[in-house]
Write a protein that binds this ligand. Structure first.
Ligand SMILES: Cc1ncc(COP(=O)(O)O)c(C=O)c1O
Length: 411
């Protein structure tokens, strides 16, 4: 494990940096992950040798660019075990993918009598678009509240997902609590009520293998930059029968068969949903990132991240006045740990950590309804990846132990 960790860590040049005079400890992986050499190289190689606009030029480079785009799409398809590449749509990020679902599926299918059910821990990206659709269509928006240990409450599910529910939106893993929700079971229940299910896979995809056919979700989205790829590339997987029935989201070049003065006919899947020039370096980088994760291996990823989370839970909970928000159970929690320290604003906590070269996130984490539900304005969050080490957690704990003193509370 140790030797492999060193090899893996060496692939990330940014981790060698010093920040504020100390070796960087990067614990903000839920916000964005760092980029391995394989991805940096793939993007540079594309730009140096193959840069062209895909699906247009009749020239050599145009052909190569098209091959690269479709190769990346097939990589994503296999990574998610999606039935076909046509069900993989490239977007700018998960947020755009969720807006695509909301404005295309939501606007065309949801009616005034319908209800949209979201989990209270949703990121704003899987919440604000649905507020908009609910407002536009006159539909009701309902929330699933959680058990005391921040896990899914099945009573809530049974009470709120009913024959009136048109759509359920839920993250596979919460970006604040770390809770891994039982998506397969929830999808099974929602489908029995006739509801479609949108799964926000942004936080689960970097940490566990995902099989969209096994989950049976109707839509599943993620962002490239949270899984070691570039920013500006996201993925929407949708079941073919849904995508085929949905109108396009963005209009323009590349998503049309023909255009006349008064009307246009739209392309087949997946191009119907990919208007304009795609982010090909993003797609190439994403393909390299997914290959990289598979080369590192899920066994290593999961073993390492579980050990880190277990160690962090054990170490941080010994710190007086520190409260953790999450299931605190390795089976139900991914490597994300949110906490507060009594009387200390999370921004002060993150600033003090930063002074020692430790990158934490603090704030509402784009989950303000969850913060209100938890009764806190904000939390601090340490989020781990397989390249983090126990030594880094010891440095985090040492820094957090000093926070109250530094802020004048004595201990
Ligand atoms: C659970 C979850 N969903 C969606 C998003 C939005 O991702 P992006 O900003 O890449 O669209 C995030 C980002 O933090 C997230 O954590």
């Amino acid at each position: 494990m140790k030797a492999k960790l060193k090899l893996v860590r060496d692939q990330f040049p940014i981790l060698k940096q010093r920040v504020n005079g100390r070796k960087l400890v990067y614990l903000d992986n839920a916000a964005t992950t760092q980029t391995p050499r394989a991805v940096l190289d793939a993007v540079r190689e594309y730009k140096e040798f193959f840069n062209a606009n895909p699906r247009r030029g009749a020239h050599y480079l145009g052909g190569q660019a098209t091959i690269l785009l479709e190769r990346a799409r097939r990589k994503v398809q296999h990574f998610l075990n999606a039935p076909s590449p046509e069900e993989i749509i490239f977007t700018r990020n998960a947020t755009e993918a969720l807006n695509l679902i909301a404005y295309s599926f939501g606007l065309s299918k949801i009616e005034a009598k319908d209800e949209i059910v979201l989990c209270i821990s949703e990121h704003h990206s899987n919440l604000v678009p649905w507020q908009r659709i609910a407002r536009l269509k006159g539909a009701a928006l309902r929330y699933l509240y959680l058990n005391d240990d921040y896990t899914l409450n099945w009573e809530e599910v049974k009470n709120k997902i009913t024959a009136r529910t048109a759509l359920v939106g839920i993250a596979h893993m919460s970006n604040v609590l770390g809770t891994i929700y039982p998506i397969k079971e929830l999808v099974g229940f929602a489908h029995k009520q006739g509801a479609a299910v949108v799964v926000d896979g942004v936080q689960s995809v970097p940490h566990q293998p995902v099989d969209v056919q096994d989950l049976n979700a109707d839509f599943f989205v993620f962002s490239g930059h949270k899984v070691f790829g570039p920013m500006g590339i996201g993925v929407l997987y949708g079941k073919r029968r849904f995508l085929e029935a949905m109108p396009p989201f963005l209009m323009g070049g590349e998503m049309v068969e023909y255009v006349q003065e008064q009307e246009a006919a739209f392309s087949e899947l997946p191009y119907k949903f990919e208007a304009g020039t795609p982010n090909l370096e993003g797609a190439v980088g994403l393909e390299a990132a997914l290959n990289f994760v598979e080369e590192v291996g899920w066994d290593f990823v999961q073993k390492q991240e579980r050990q880190l989370l277990a160690y962090a839970l054990e170490t941080l909970q010994k710190i007086p006045y520190l409260s953790v928000y999450g299931p605190k159970c390795l089976k139900q929690q991914g490597p994300v740990l949110s906490f507060t320290i009594k009387d200390c604003h999370p921004h002060d906590v993150a600033t003090i950590a930063d002074a020692e070269g430790i990158a934490l996130r603090s704030g509402h984490h784009c989950a303000q309804p969850l913060m209100n539900y938890l009764g806190v304005p904000a939390t601090s969050r340490a989020s781990f990846s397989f390249y983090n080490t126990k030594e880094e957690i010891r440095r985090l704990a040492a820094s957090l132990s000093k926070v109250r003193k530094w802020l004048g509370y004595g201990s």
